[in-house]
Design a protein around this ligand. Sequence first.
Ligand SMILES: *[C@@H]1O[C@H](CO)[C@@H](O)[C@H](O)[C@H]1NC(C)=O
Ligand SMILES: *[C@@H]1O[C@H](CO)[C@@H](O)[C@H](O)[C@H]1NC(C)=O
Ligand SMILES: *[C@@H]1O[C@H](CO)[C@@H](O)[C@H](O)[C@H]1NC(C)=O
Ligand SMILES: *[C@@H]1O[C@H](CO)[C@@H](O)[C@H](O)[C@H]1NC(C)=O
Ligand SMILES: *[C@@H]1O[C@H](CO)[C@@H](O)[C@H](O)[C@H]1NC(C)=O
Ligand SMILES: *[C@@H]1O[C@H](CO)[C@@H](O)[C@H](O)[C@H]1NC(C)=O
Ligand SMILES: *[C@@H]1O[C@H](CO)[C@@H](O)[C@H](O)[C@H]1NC(C)=O
Ligand SMILES: *[C@@H]1O[C@H](CO)[C@@H](O)[C@H](O)[C@H]1NC(C)=O
Length: 697
Amino acid sequence: MKRHEGLIGQILIIILDFVFPGSHGELLVSAVSAMRFDTLAGANLTLTVFFSGAPDPAVTWFKGRLPVVTWTIGSDAPPDVAEEYREVLKLEPNGSLSFVHAPLGYGGDYTVEMTKSGLGTASINFTLRVFETFQNVTVTAFPELIQEGSEQFRLQYSMLRGVVEQQLWFFNGHPIPGGEDSLHYFVQPASLAVREPHRNDTGRYTVSLSNPFSNVALHLNVTILYGPDEPRIQINPVQDFYVAEDSLTLSCQAGGSPQPLVKWTFGGETLADSHAGVLNLTRVQTSQGGLYTCELRNQKTGVQRHQSVALRVYERPPGSPHCSVISEDNLSLQYGCQWSGGTPPARLSFPNVSEGNGLENFTLTMNASVELDGKMVTCDAEHPIEHNKCNVTAKSPQNFLPAVRTHVDSEGKIVVSIRCLSRAAPSAVVSWFRGGEPVGDGNLISVDTTRLDIRHRNVSMLLLQNYTCTCRNPLGGRSKDVQLQGPSISNFSLFPHKDGTIVTLTWEVPPTSIVTGFDIQMSGPALVSADGNVSQSKGSTDAFCTILPKPGSARSADVFHLDPKSTYHFRVLPRALMAEGRPTKAHRIGPGEGLSGPAIAGIAAGIPCSLLFLLLVCGLVYLCLYWSRVKRRGTRYPVSRAADKVTTTQTQAPHNLLPGGPKSPPDYNRLRQAPSILSVAPPSFVPPPPVRVATTV
Ligand SMILES: *[C@@H]1O[C@H](CO)[C@@H](O)[C@H](O)[C@H]1NC(C)=O
Ligand SMILES: *[C@@H]1O[C@H](CO)[C@@H](O)[C@H](O)[C@H]1NC(C)=O
Ligand SMILES: *[C@@H]1O[C@H](CO)[C@@H](O)[C@H](O)[C@H]1NC(C)=O
Ligand SMILES: *[C@@H]1O[C@H](CO)[C@@H](O)[C@H](O)[C@H]1NC(C)=O
Ligand SMILES: *[C@@H]1O[C@H](CO)[C@@H](O)[C@H](O)[C@H]1NC(C)=O
Ligand SMILES: *[C@@H]1O[C@H](CO)[C@@H](O)[C@H](O)[C@H]1NC(C)=O
Ligand SMILES: *[C@@H]1O[C@H](CO)[C@@H](O)[C@H](O)[C@H]1NC(C)=O
Ligand SMILES: *[C@@H]1O[C@H](CO)[C@@H](O)[C@H](O)[C@H]1NC(C)=O
């Protein structure tokens, strides 16, 4: 091959000699083969030259502009090679330059210059490129953490060995343009810069490197870190507010790379029971209402973000609103409305009287006026969970009846309690007067002013004064006079039992009467005790004597062991300690001096309409009348003057309890008597058998 090339060269010279005869003797240099060489480092290589036109020219090889070898062809002296090139460069006898194990640094432009004095100079250029195959090529990204929005990031390759002739970059398999016209990418030697990276720049980057002897492609997965993005908070179920004991879920999500870590905080404390941003709140309490903050953190970049959501947990106030009206100064009215304990507190107002409102416990003070008397004032109680109402009506004191109670205290004094209780709102304050003068002694008046206690040993002293009570609230007042009465009794009745051995006595006491006890008095034969003994030694007398004392609270008494065949008279004597009142009119039981109405009725029912019998009845009636006259004369036992008075005053007694007739309402007695009637159920009345009456006759 080389010889063949040399032959061509010689032919060329001959042709040249022939074409340019005048040029004979001119020096010519030419390359036998290509003038560009690519070689692997370490290979042997020769830059072959051919010259003609002159024998033994002087040869100089330049590397760039630097002469590295000089020699005169054919001279005996060895070629002069620059010191540092001697290991590598060798000059062939024919002027060609040989490289022994051409190292990397020997690539470059080489020029051979041949000179022959008188024949001029000729030169020729070579380009040598020394390559290496790629070894241990790596690609790395800078910085290590690439954040979205940062200035740029770079991909850089490095290798243990290798000379790159060409580099190509790809993103997800698409070529990256390397020109200056790309703003986003910037391809530099051995690196790629990506400006203002975006999350979309996350992907697989490839660099492909090549030279004439080898090529390599390297991949690198690049992740652009970003986030947390704007958090999205979701509450399930969606409600304006939640009621205590409701359950709900709070979730917080935000985009990010890597996925941000989420934690929930409430009241400055981290809630541990949230997973992946989901917070389960089961059976919430009002204390759990408030601001919940979702805190997100990118664990790689440390970027944090947070967002809050307000949770309203409500609870209705217990019970229902309570309306009231009171008066503190006894002049104005203070309407109150209370419904406390709710979350949020209930809003209270009195819409029909005022614009104002308040929370939980609202009071409204108004001047007392006639319009307010009896006017229902409604309180509107508004709570998100429940709307409620209550109402209250202020009233001036209503008509009332004073009540009198009597008892004996531990010192043996009679205590008379007068109570004046009038229905009123605000409740009435009672002022007391004795004989027209205000009662000054506070000890006598109860704390709530409704009761006056007066005490004395001598009942006559108690009766000396008239009392007046005045019930008053800002809307008005009402007075009552109380004239106390000495011990007295009204409505005394007698109920014999069927077999005639027991009798029940019942009685009433006028409302203002002072009574501490009763004496049950009897006249008639002695009572027989259960064991057959005669309990009353006095025996058959016409005088009344006390057989049974009863306390002041008693309204009935039973008398046992009566002889059905005997006649008895009973009466009740009221007393206030030692002072005795008028005894009641005496009532009689037993056969004898008269026929009671029921007896007559029994007879009438038992006897057929026979004339004979009628006559008999007439006779009987006559006998009755006669006998009763005899009896009345016979029972003129020595009775105290008081007893006499009973008979005269008895009829009017029950209706004359309160002096000043017009003042006392007509139903006064009925009202007072009702409890005492109810307190003892009167025994069923059984008339004596008519037969016995007949035999008596
Ligand atoms: C290169 O040249 C050196 C010296 O002339 C020789 O020893 C070596 O064997 C040669 N190498 C090759 C690959 O020809
Ligand atoms: C010059 O010498 C080298 C080595 O001896 C040889 O390979 C080459 O072919 C020669 N060139 C010419 C033109 O003869
Ligand atoms: C280069 O790569 C080879 C195998 O690929 C490995 O054995 C060698 O240790 C690497 N050299 C360096 C300096 O990394
Ligand atoms: C890079 O990403 C591709 C797909 O995107 C995947 O197949 C490959 O395993 C990843 N390489 C590394 C080193 O993560
Ligand atoms: C929250 O509640 C849902 C549904 O009740 C349940 O699936 C989930 O596991 C709960 N999460 C936690 C953290 O308790
Ligand atoms: C007033 O309140 C009472 C209970 O507090 C209620 O029973 C009554 O219905 C109310 N009257 C009106 C008119 O709302
Ligand atoms: C009770 O008072 C009256 C009137 O003051 C008086 O006449 C009477 O003697 C007194 N009785 C007793 C037991 O003190
Ligand atoms: C009590 O009042 C009545 C009727 O108004 C009167 O007749 C009586 O005299 C008064 N008694 C006293 C002690 O003032």
